[in-house]
Design a protein around this ligand. Sequence first.
Ligand SMILES: NC(=O)c1ccc[n+]([C@@H]2O[C@H](COP(=O)([O-])OP(=O)(O)OC[C@H]3O[C@@H](n4cnc5c(N)ncnc54)[C@H](OP(=O)(O)O)[C@@H]3O)[C@@H](O)[C@H]2O)c1
Length: 292
Amino acid sequence: MAKVAFIGLGVMGYPMAAHLKNKGGHDVTVFNRTAAKAEAWAKEHGGSHAPTPAAAADGADFVFCCVGNDDDLRSVTTGEGGAFETVKSGAIFIDNTTASADVARELAAIAAEKGFGFLDAPVSGGQAGAENGVLTVMVGGDQATFDTAKPVIESYAKMVGLMGDTGAGQLTKMMNQICIAGLVQGLSEAIHLGQAAGLDIKKVVDVISKGAAGSWQMENRHETMDAGQYEHGFAVDWMRKDLAICLEEANTQGVSLPVTALVDQFYAEVQRMGGNRWDTSALLARLNASGK
Ligand SMILES: NC(=O)c1ccc[n+]([C@@H]2O[C@H](COP(=O)([O-])OP(=O)(O)OC[C@H]3O[C@@H](n4cnc5c(N)ncnc54)[C@H](OP(=O)(O)O)[C@@H]3O)[C@@H](O)[C@H]2O)c1
């Protein structure tokens, strides 16, 4: 049993922290900006809650974090009352936020100066993956730090992989999001054509999902897409945040991602339709709205 802190009890963090407590058997202290959520978590799961990230991280062996973007991450680490004020020497900070590789390198350098480890460890698997404790975790950092943290991370994961040095976890997550962007547009166009032609979408997917076109998105999203339901899943706002990170990194690397850039613009149109919190599969809503 380890002493663990968890910062950021959102859709993902709340159940992840619960798995660290209940499945991992760790002594968990949580922090959340909106304190009521931290109080509710502690009441539900029997752990403790702290008033600041620094207070939560004080004395912990492992400090987890899952907040929104780069600036949020800086705020809870190196900002006032941030966790980096108190993380003890020899401890490990594990960041599950989807953020840039640059911020991972920036924070890992500060952590090294202060004598504790840092892993960038973004996740895939969505809300259901977090609730069921079966996330895929893509980690960047050094082997020894990874080996120490892996059994603890496994409390909420079915797959934990070390992808390379600091930043490699975030770069892997970028590849993941690029794959999803192009794929969901393709799936949307296929369903758009099928609907126009009067095909039974469920019947079509039952067949083609077993062939070379099959995908997680096809299996898990075709029914809600066909029904025009998007009030669930992974929000368009978050996807645009992730694609901005991908396009920025592409710029740094001097490579072009034309389909990713185009799909990002399609998501901007979905936002203008009021779909900020709609699931990423709402690319079909944009096609349907065009009437063609
Ligand atoms: N949802 C998914 O399906 C999914 C899947 C994979 C990866 N992710 C990634 O995981 C991360 C979290 O996603 P989520 O869905 O859990 O988001 P969420 O439900 O919006 O939760 C965000 C959490 O971060 C906290 N936070 C945000 N900005 C903060 C700041 N400046 N200072 C302190 N706390 C701050 C929020 O606190 P408050 O409660 O006070 O707002 C909340 O606890 C994101 O990077 C997202 O891209 C999400």
